[in-house]
Ligand binder design. Structure first.
Ligand code: NAD
Length: 248
């Protein structure tokens, strides 16, 4: 798989899974724009990836819940890198707690970043992709969106919503050469999951046929495939990358 001449935007790409995605696309020859709410760390990540891969990697501070901020990211990508071929909606947050203790802010914050953020970012690039008659959108959902996870009604709803969004958008834009797919990662050790209670982590491992957590790069390879030219005939799909946790 090569991404020579392609331009990718990866939201939430300063660390964790998003960083691995940015790195994998850059290794394949893509020019990458990392959009993250932590602009300074994103800039440092971009420099490191550029040095390691030789690809053009830029970073810009963005809040995916803010349409104006996202428009700025897309404008900068176009002016600096000239195209937008690939969008990876990876930015995501958790605010885990049981529904009895969950307040509306916990609900709104998670739905805003994880679901509305993907809507705002996709809307911001879709005209460009339509004009090009080429585009790849990959949304990072979760096993929690497929199976539900206690303590994550907000997160599970956002990630399940992302799957409906993926399928609906895939139908809207398929005739323009744009594919829209989702990846549903299982458990990957990142800042997002590091603080989960140890007993929950132990019980999760028992549910994973491959008997281990995933690595960020293992998610990234699947994203890269769906973002590649080779995946041209795949759209509206959800690919689980979870060590076999969910088998449908
Ligand atoms: P992470 O916290 O390391 O990375 C998330 C990134 O998103 C951070 O860099 C953060 O700054 C950025 N971000 C958060 N809110 C933002 C906003 N409003 N605007 C722009 N950027 C914002 O977590 P991660 O584990 O690497 O998660 C990446 C994605 O993978 C998320 O969508 C997450 O839900 C999903 N996921 C993770 C796991 C896992 O086990 N780690 C499992 C399934 C799905």
């Amino acid at each position: 798989m090569t991404f020579n001449g392609k331009v990718a935007i990866v939201t939430g790409g300063r660390r964790g899974i998003g960083r691995a995605i940015a790195e994998t696309l850059a290794q394949g020859g893509a020019a990458v724009m990392i959009g993250d709410q932590n602009g300074d760390e994103a800039a440092a990540t971009a420099l490191e990836i550029a040095a390691a891969t030789g690809a053009r990697v830029l970073a810009h501070q963005v809040d995916v819940t803010n349409a104006e901020s996202v428009a700025g990211l897309v404008e900068l990508t176009q002016s600096e890198l000239e195209r937008v071929d690939i969008l990876v909606n990876n930015a995501g947050i958790t605010r885990d707690t049981l529904i009895m203790r969950m307040d509306e802010n916990d609900w709104d914050a998670v739905l805003n970043v994880n679901l509305k953020g993907a809507f705002i970012c996709s809307k911001a690039v879709i005209r460009i992709m339509m004009k090009q008659r080429y585009g790849r959108i990959v949304n990072i959902s979760s096993v929690s969106g497929l199976a539900g996870q206690a303590g994550q009604t907000n997160y599970s709803a956002s990630k399940a919503g992302l799957i409906g969004f993926t399928k609906a958008l895939a139908r809207e834009v398929g005739s323009r050469g744009i594919t829209v797919n989702a990846i549903a990662p299982g458990f990957v050790p990142t800042a997002l999951t590091i603080d989960l209670p140890q007993d929950l982590k132990d019980s999760m491992i028992k549910l994973i046929p491959l008997a281990r957590w995933g690595k960020p790069e293992e998610i990234a390879y699947a994203v890269a495939f769906l973002a590649s030219d080779e995946a041209a005939y795949i759209t509206g799909q959800v690919l689980s990358v979870d060590g076999g946790m969910m088998m449908m």
